[in-house]
Design a protein around this ligand. Structure first.
Ligand code: FAD
Length: 553
């Protein structure tokens, strides 16, 4: 038996935990109005595991005994549950396919190495046997980065890094921590936190994703404004490649030609298995505060975020929702009583008296971290900018709520699927000068796509992860489906939004990687010579296409 924590085989998160709407009285009417979906209808549960038709394992005795020799028979698994858990990530497409029992090709064997030596031995043996190796972190990606190619005829080996879960050491003088690649977010923070340090990388999938997965998908966490994206946080790397281990030493900066470190970032298992990462860590800040703000409209919110990004203010989080996402946030609030209900009603009255159109209000969160005087100075710098742009400070309440809800919200996709609605996300980054254009065109593209497939759909957006030159726009879209092929309808909407990104100056994804979902837009994003360059690197390291083939290119 291997004891490594996994998510539900059919959905997001921990077995027994799910999203509820009964304690959120405004949600059902909101959803009915937005996408014509009645949340009170009886939910349709996903397929039972026993009803799945699971392809037999094609692993031959020879390879199985070689793998067992490396990791031990007790860490070499061919049972159906292990193989299903390691088939897909958690994209909407993955969830829908599992619910429909659509599993044309699944890994034949799952192994759990203990350390780098075992990982290296597995890589060597899989390549020598001309099998396929797919590294598995937390299985949370949403870009189709894990699934074996449907027509793959070779044996597929999923290498789960879950036993490489330790903080190895901290160079306290430099703030550099060596951490094994399979360590999950909470385990990283617990091990660092017990010594007074933090990594500061908190993606919404934090509870179920790993350091190696973050690196392999170029992840970004909600506090990236302060700590940087994973691409900034990673300083050193060790990667088991066919026949040898790549070592990138941790250095503050270097001019050693084209960056090999950058080649590993976002490599999605195509260049080898990341075994260890050296990351920049920080002392746990004295104070951490997330404040809520209201803006009278999206344009004002956007302008304020831009001004903050080029000002002396250095917040840890900058985020503003458009009016639709703000309305959704209000609809998911739990029933409030007494004073807090009176305060929020009173606030709305004040805004109305100020002449605000309440349908256009945009909710924003801005985070501050550091010593008391630093936080206080940052707050006043931000307040000045918010006020200049017509916004107001709402206080700590919404920020605390956001902090509490952020890791629960992912459960909502399964809740909606149970009730016949598809909900998913598409995100991009673009220069400040193009953000409004990207936003307008992506919203228009989504609405046109809904018209095309004949449904009432919903699209909402927030800006987060600000940089000097631009920011990330994160769209969530949802629609009720009745047709026989919900994924065909989904593709129409998702593709329309993605195309609007690249047509208007945005990238195919700010932090969800390429995988198979976004591969169609790669050439438009980085030009044909860019694709040629990536192909050259992949072919040089993996001429036999043994390492997670079919992803990125
Ligand atoms: P996996 O899904 O297991 O693998 C992803 C890819 O990396 C695969 O190609 C795999 O082969 C490869 N890989 C994994 N480990 C290794 C390794 N050690 N060596 C080499 N290759 C490896 N992403 C964000 O960046 N920010 C967010 O806020 C965010 N929120 C999310 C919210 C939800 C609800 C969901 C479902 C996803 C979210 N994601 C987010 C996407 C996802 O969590 C990230 O892509 C994450 O980095 C994947 O990590 P993982 O450990 O789960 O990797």
């Amino acid at each position: 038996m291997t004891s490594v924590k996994h998510m539900k085989w059919w959905g997001w998160g921990v077995e027994g935990v799910s999203f509820h709407h009964e304690d959120k009285p405004n949600l059902a009417p909101f959803v009915l109005k937005a996408v014509d979906l009645d949340l009170h209808q009886p939910p349709k549960p996903p397929l039972a595991f026993d009803d799945l038709s699971i392809p037999d394992s094609r692993a031959d005795e020879d390879l199985l005994s070689q793998l067992s020799e490396v990791v031990g028979a007790e860490h070499t698994h061919t049972d159906p549950m292990e193989r299903i858990i390691h088939t897909y990530g958690k994209s909407l497409r993955d969830l829908v396919r599992l619910r429909n029992g659509d599993i044309p090709r699944i890994p034949d064997v799952v192994v759990y190495p203990l350390d780098e030596d075992e990982v290296q031995a597995i890589v060597n043996r899989v390549v020598a046997a001309d099998a396929v190796l797919i590294p598995f972190g937390g299985g949370s990606n949403i870009s189709g980065s894990l699934e074996p190619r449907p027509a793959e005829s070779r044996v597929v080996v999923s290498v789960d890094l879950g036993r490489l879960n330790r903080l190895i050491e901290i160079d306290e003088e430099s703030g550099l921590a060596r951490i094994q690649a399979g360590t999950l977010g909470p385990d990283i923070e617990e091990q660092l936190g017990s010594r007074g340090w933090t990594l500061g990388h908190f993606p919404d999938s934090f509870t179920h994703s790993t350091l190696g997965g973050w690196v392999a998908t170029r992840s970004s966490g909600m506090q990236s404004d302060k700590y940087g994206d994973i691409a900034d946080i990673v300083k050193g790397l060790r990667v088991a490649m066919p026949g040898e281990t790549l070592v990138i030493r941790p250095l503050p900066s270097t001019s050693t030609g084209p960056s090999v470190r950058e080649m590993i970032l976002g490599s999605e298992g195509r260049l080898g298995v990341i075994t260890e990462v050296t990351v920049q860590v920080h002392r746990i800040p004295e104070q951490r505060l997330v404040l809520g703000y209201f803006f009278p409209n999206w344009e004002a919110g956007l302008k304020a975020m831009h001004e903050i990004s080029v000002s002396d203010a250095t917040p840890s989080i900058t985020r503003v929702s458009d009016a639709r996402e703000t309305a959704f946030s209000f609809a998911t609030r739990k029933k409030s009583k007494g004073l807090s209900s009176l305060v929020s009603k009173g606030l709305m009255k004040v805004l109305e008296r100020k002449g605000w159109d309440l349908e256009q209000v945009c909710l924003s969160f801005i985070g501050f971290e550091g010593g008391k005087s630093h936080v206080s100075r940052q707050k006043s710098l931000v307040k000045e900018i918010v006020t200049r742009n017509g916004g107001i400070v709402v206080g700590k309440g919404p920020g605390q709520l956001y902090d509490q809800k952020k890791f629960d919200t992912p459960y909502i996709r399964d809740f909606l699927l149970d009730r016949g609605a598809m909900a998913d996300v598409s995100e991009t980054a673009a220069p400040w000068s193009k953000l409004q254009q990207v936003y307008d065109n992506a919203v228009t593209a989504a609405n046109k796509a809904y018209d095309k497939i004949g449904v009432k759909g919903w699209v909402m957006c927030h800006l987060s992860h600000s940089y000097h030159s631009g920011a990330c726009l994160y769209f969530t879209f949802a629609f009720r489906h009745e047709g026989i092929d919900p994924l065909a309808d989904y593709d129409v909407v998702k593709s329309a939004i993605q195309q609007a990104f690249v047509d208007n100056g945005g990238t195919l994804s700010h932090h969800h990687a390429v995988g198979t979902e976004h591969a169609a837009w790669l050439e438009q994003d980085i030009s044909a010579p860019g694709v040629h360059l990536i192909k050259g690197v992949l072919n040089a390291i993996d001429p036999g296409q043994n390492l997670n083939p079919g992803k990125i290119l």
